[in-house]
Ligand binder design. Structure first.
Ligand code: FNR
Length: 385
């Protein structure tokens, strides 16, 4: 398939499926347990219907907006995703460069392959850093300090990983630290020469934020025991307080699915919250993010910004989310598929596609400015009330 034939995120997914080794492709394209929440994230977007308007002058249109006071070319940020440098060699650097060129924020995961310092070295605009709460508080403090030193403009604190949702495919593929790939996976690897060549061309093949930084972690096997016990099940609101204090900058809380938790997020003094079920990778059986958005947006009002992620596969989905109260959105898999398919050029192209779909959809609704989108552009705005 040539780039010219790629017209939508689904095309990127198919190309990524061909180019990325099975165990890493599966890691991206899966949800926990029965994957019912993973599927609902996408499917529920299609329940939302637009009100088409005609004969309105829509010749000048703008998607420019802001997220926590940061100007964005469109209200979309790249979501933090672990192991991104395994979808494509140096994947986090390529993603950050594409996002910077396009004018949207890039979020680096704690569990990334390229390190905070790698991203800072290859970009000139501030990026965002996503933090997990880990038992080793010294290490967390150092991570926060490293993000500060790298001039990160927001800390995205993920709250929905105190325990791990099980993904069957990862276990079957032997995707663990250290990896224990099956014979089938190894044979599959031999069919991905482009990926292998790129990977041989980089030294970044392990968790760059952790190896050599966390106490006692120097290689893959010490990393294995470290990650197994680090995610902290004791995380509570008091921890968020000290993290906020230590960080001192813009704080975004990720993984809120409940109106009561949303109120606590407001009280915590965060600048934004993200309605997110971790892309259907944690609590299977939780509602889709888009269906949880209206209730949370209502509970929060204008006190802090409400964003959402999960299931966005087109610019139309972003418009639906904005109409239902999201000031911003994040994309995970749309980013990963385009990266795995075509590297930096793929990610840039994917962002252009999302913008174009948003722009045209907004026009069909008879609106010219992203700030003018609300429930009135929908036929059934109460579909999830
Ligand atoms: C994630 N997500 C995630 N979130 C986070 O806070 N830290 C992380 O390290 C990861 N890792 C990760 C890996 C992969 C492969 C995926 C697909 C997702 C969740 C991510 O930030 C986001 O919430 C979802 O990806 C949004 O859903 P979509 O856009 O992928 O449908």
């Amino acid at each position: 398939s040539t780039p010219a034939k790629i017209t939508c995120v689904e095309d990127f997914r198919q190309l990524a499926e061909r180019r990325v080794p099975r165990m890493f492709y599966d890691y991206a394209d899966s949800g926990s347990w029965t994957e019912s929440t993973y599927r609902a994230n996408e499917a529920d977007f299609h329940k939302i219907k637009f009100r088409q308007r005609v004969a309105v002058d829509i010749s000048k249109r703008s998607l420019r907006s802001s997220m926590i006071g940061i100007d964005v070319a469109m209200p979309v940020a790249i979501a933090p995703t672990g192991l991104t440098g395994m979808q494509h060699a140096d994947g986090e650097i390529l993603g950050a460069k594409a996002a910077e060129r396009f004018g949207i924020p890039f979020t680096l995961s704690t569990m990334s392959i390229c390190s905070i310092e790698d991203i800072a070295k290859h970009t000139s605009q501030p990026f965002w850093f996503q933090l997990y709460v880990m038992r080793d508080r010294d290490f967390m403090e150092r991570l926060i300090d490293r993000a500060k030193a790298a001039n990160c403009s927001a800390l995205v604190l993920t709250l929905d990983l105190q325990v791990l949702g099980q993904r069957h495919k990862d276990i079957k593929n032997g995707l663990s630290t250290p990896p224990k790939p099956t014979l089938a996976n190894l044979i599959n690897l031999a069919t991905k020469p482009r990926w292998c060549m790129n990977m041989l061309g980089t030294k970044r093949r392990s968790f760059g934020n952790i190896v050599g930084h966390a106490k006692g972690v120097s290689d893959l096997s010490s990393l294995s025991s470290w990650t197994a016990e680090q995610f902290d099940p004791a995380l509570c609101w008091a921890d968020i307080e000290w993290i906020k204090k230590r960080w001192g900058g813009k704080l975004v809380l990720k993984g809120i699915m409940d109106a009561q938790d949303a109120r606590l997020a407001v009280e915590s003094g965060a600048d934004a919250l993200i309605v997110s079920n971790h892309g259907g990778r944690q609590l299977d059986g939780a509602p889709s993010s888009i269906s949880a958005l209206p209730g949370i947006a209502q509970a929060v009002g204008k006190e802090i910004e409400v964003w959402m992620d999960g299931g966005i596969r087109s610019g139309q989905d972003v418009i639906r989310a904005v109409a239902l109260g999201a000031k911003g959105t994040m994309v995970g898999r749309a980013f990963l598929y385009s990266l795995g398919a075509m590297g930096e050029a793929g990610v840039y192209r994917c962002l252009q596609m999302l913008a174009n779909e948003m722009d045209v959809t907004m026009g069909f609704c008879g609106r010219t400015d992203i700030h003018d989108l609300d429930r009135s552009i929908l036929l059934n705005p109460d579909v999830f009330d």
